[in-house]
Design a protein around this ligand. Structure first.
Ligand code: ADP
Length: 441
């Protein structure tokens, strides 16, 4: 356009040389053309920059739902094509961002609800994320903000060493440790390189293995206790059998006594075996049949009959007090075993002419059964331990009476399986009171 105006002007000047009086007219026409050109260019540039501004706003606020509904500049030029392609890709980008947001919310929810502690650090040993379990184990109030230096968060040098070790070696590491903030807990840390991440880093998972360690200890102690318990009667049986074979068989004075000892020890072995079997059935839930309604009165009467002769032999009086008609949900045989064990102890650890009193009452929707004796009582320091397997206050006395040290642990196990509780109160030299509470049916 400008080129056209210039050539027109040149033509005009050429002809003006011939006619000088036409010069002002020619100059006026040229000025008009130039002004029109300028106006056209201004209109074009203005529309162009408005369309670009529209596109820029759209691109910058692509995720804003209000912007999504705004019309974009149209046209057949390049800007129009760009607008159309933006309109096509915008929903895809919005969908992708929504999915990412959802995934991130899911990840946060999973990490927050995890029992295990999870910590991720970047290559500069700065926290990328740390869930609340990890923070709590470190004694830090969650949330822990990303970007914090690991040394500020983790005071324990052992744990820091594992994480930095993974960053430098790129190798997975595992260690058991205790942390100053939770000194009574043992943790197992498994740390490894941050897999599937665009930035290098390390991920540490913290498992609380305190309960596992306790169970390992209990199992080891249990095996040691069982071996010890079996060794004593076995040694006695073997010793007396050898003595008999070595000539005592003909000894009229002692042979019967030795055989009685062998029989008593064999009975003890058989008691241990049967108590162990009961315990293992309870542990593995093998005997857990569908609970059925059990009438407390019938179970107590049957248990009383079982211990009757032992009580008579020891001169202990069995007294049944108030027995309410109560029904509980459970296993009748196991429940009977519970009361036989408790009554048997009350008789065994009693004094001559002592008594055992039994009562069963309805209390707050529960069956509350008490077995009170006038026996030797239990020292207060032993009270918290008497339900442990093989725990006996007076080992010699318990063994002498054929006790296995497993009776009360069986009792506790059965009662707890029925969602009940067992409580003991005792005074040394005055007697003991065991209270069993089971939800009534
Ligand atoms: P045991 O086979 O020795 O009776 P238990 O597990 O039944 O084993 O009881 C554990 C220990 O608790 C007993 O050895 C005894 O020392 C103490 N005990 C239990 N019941 C009584 C009680 N009624 N009076 C005094 N001591 C008791």
């Amino acid at each position: 356009m400008l080129l056209l105006a210039a050539s027109l002007l040149a033509l005009d000047f050429a002809s003006a040389r011939l006619h000088p009086e036409l010069w002002p007219r020619l100059l006026g026409a040229s000025a008009l053309i130039l002004a029109l050109e300028g106006l056209l260019a201004w209109v074009f540039v203005r529309s162009f920059s408005r369309r670009i501004a529209q596109l820029q706003t759209y691109a910058e606020r692509l995720l804003d739902p209000e912007v999504a509904n705004q019309p974009l500049p149209t046209g057949d030029d390049d800007l129009g094509a760009l607008a159309r392609s933006l309109e096509r890709t915008a929903p895809q980008i919005r969908g992708l961002v929504d999915t990412l947001k959802l995934e991130s919310a899911r990840r946060d929810a999973i990490l927050a609800s995890m029992v295990e502690g999870v910590l991720a650090v970047d290559k500069d040993v700065r926290v990328m994320f740390c869930n609340s379990s990890f923070a709590r184990a470190l004694g830090v109030r969650p949330p822990v903000h990303a970007g914090m230096a690991l040394v500020e968060l983790v005071r324990d040098p052992g744990l820091r060493e594992i994480i930095t070790g993974v960053l430098t070696t790129g190798q997975r590491m595992e260690r058991r440790l205790t942390l100053p903030a939770a000194a009574d807990h043992t943790f197992e840390v498994v740390a490894g390189p941050l897999a599937g991440s665009s930035t290098p880093g390390a991920l540490a998972i913290l498992h609380d293995v305190t309960e596992l360690e306790r169970l390992e200890r209990v199992r080891k102690d249990f095996v040691a206790n069982v071996s010890h318990e079996l060794r004593t009667p076995l040694a006695a049986i073997r010793g007396y059998a050898e003595t008999l074979l070595d000539g005592a068989l003909q000894d009229e004075q002692y042979n019967r006594r030795f055989i009685e000892i062998i029989q008593a020890q064999a009975t003890r072995l058989s008691n241990i075996a049967s108590d162990l079997l009961t315990l293992s059935e309870l542990d593995s839930n093998a005997g857990a049949r569908q609970p059925t309604p059990v009438a407390i009165r019938g179970v107590l009467e049957s248990a009383l009959r079982t211990v009757e002769s032992a009580a008579r032999l020891r001169g202990v009086q069995l007294l049944a007090g108030r027995i309410d008609d109560l029904t509980v949900l459970g296993n009748e045989l196991q429940l009977e075993q519970v009361f036989v064990n408790l009554l048997d102890n009350a008789v065994k650890f009693n004094r001559p002419n002592g008594e055992v009193r039994l009562e069963a009452r309805a209390v707050d929707g529960h069956a509350s059964i008490t077995i009170r004796d006038s026996g030797i009582g239990i020292p207060s320091e032993d009270l918290p331990r008497i339900f442990e397997r093989f725990y006996r206050v007076d080992k010699a006395r318990s063994r002498e009476m054929g006790g296995t040290g497993l009776g009360l642990s069986i009792v506790k196990h059965v009662i707890e399986q029925m969602n009940g509780t067992i409580k003991v109160e005792s005074r040394l030299g005055e007697g003991s009171k065991f209270t069993v509470t089971i939800p009534a049916f």
